[in-house]
Design a protein around this ligand. Sequence first.
Ligand code: SAH
Length: 207
Amino acid sequence: MLRLLSDRGICDERVLSAMLRVERHLFVPIPLRNHSYDDAALPIGEGQTISQPFTVAIMTEALHLKEGDKVLEIGTGSGYQTAVLAAMGMRVFTIERIPSLLRSAKQVLDGMNVRYVSKSSDGTIGWREFAPFDGIVVTAGGPEIPKSLVEQLRVGGRLVVPVGSLDFQQLKIVTKTSENNDYAVEDKSDFKFVPLIGRDGWPESDG
Ligand code: SAH
């Protein structure tokens, strides 16, 4: 898996080393565990997925964070990326909208003695109590750059968020450039994420 990531252009040694240390199979449902080290997203229940390793790597690398930095993750899902960020020495805050997924993620993370702070709610509005963050990573795709998340970044901090339609998203790397919430955006090519559902995301479907 690590060879595959470096072949695809991931060169930050700290990301690669964290992904080498965090055992992905612990976050994968037992019947799918033999696929844990494939470069693929896998179902984790509730219609959600554990992100593809390449996606976790590219998003983590794009944050440009260092040990001790404060990072907010929106979409805990399986908890895998939470563990990768924590393994890099970051102070991790994570929000998941589906309570049962957060419960399972917590079980795995706590069993591995990972340090993080979590809650179940709509992450599109961020987590004001702990702001400003050095970086924010959104692991589900929304229709636009969530405004509250830009507000909760420190100047110079980066927000990594997939934005687009429900079918395809571009990974946006947003750097906050002023206290007035101005920002610069860099785009990475097409990705497919599960939908970001919430106030500044997609509406909840009734089906
Ligand atoms: N990083 C996770 C990715 C899980 S998929 C992993 O590797 O396992 C994305 C997650 O985002 C899903 O669990 C979904 O329920 C969650 N999500 C979607 N909209 C959200 C929102 N507004 N707030 C918090 N979590 C949200």
